[in-house]
Design a protein around this ligand. Structure first.
Ligand SMILES: [Zn+2]
Length: 141
């Protein structure tokens, strides 16, 4: 069974990576209010991801960007921190993850706002297979 490179606990599955790992929990605690954590951290992982990606609420510390955007870039930063530890043995602090996630959320949020005045270049694609893709122009990320 694989061990999580960030906390050395097992099993290293999707739920542990994004929610169960103490490092991931720390990040969610720094971003979210305790009520959100209570309501969200026990639902099945794919329901949790879908629910938060479809959320229309705004981020409570800065109302200018959507929660769904900050949520997905936070998942991305957790994944990147996992890979940095796994492949380069480099620790990434949650303060770094949070700052980077917030910066990306702002940039992507601006791109979404700007596209309202021109043709639609960026949108989210939800897959039934559990994949999450960001479409930007002709590119799929
Ligand atoms: Zn872990």
């Amino acid at each position: 069974m694989n061990h999580c490179p960030r906390c050395d606990d097992t099993p290293e599955d999707l739920n542990h990576l994004f929610r169960g790992c103490p490092k991931a929990k720390e990040l969610w605690h720094s971003i979210c209010n305790p009520q959100w954590l209570q309501e969200n951290l026990n639902m099945p992982i794919l329901d949790w991801i879908r629910t938060n990606l479809k959320s229309k609420s705004t981020y409570h510390l800065d109302m200018s960007h959507s929660w769904s955007l900050l949520f997905v870039v936070s998942l991305w930063q957790i994944w990147k921190a996992h890979n940095r530890k796994s492949f380069d043995n480099v620790e990434t602090t949650n303060t770094e993850c949070f700052k980077i996630a917030l910066a990306y959320a702002k940039k992507i949020g601006v791109a979404f706002k700007e596209q309202r005045s021109c043709h639609r270049l960026i949108n989210w694609l939800f897959s039934l297979l559990g994949e999450i893709k960001l479409k930007y122009g002709r590119m799929l990320l």
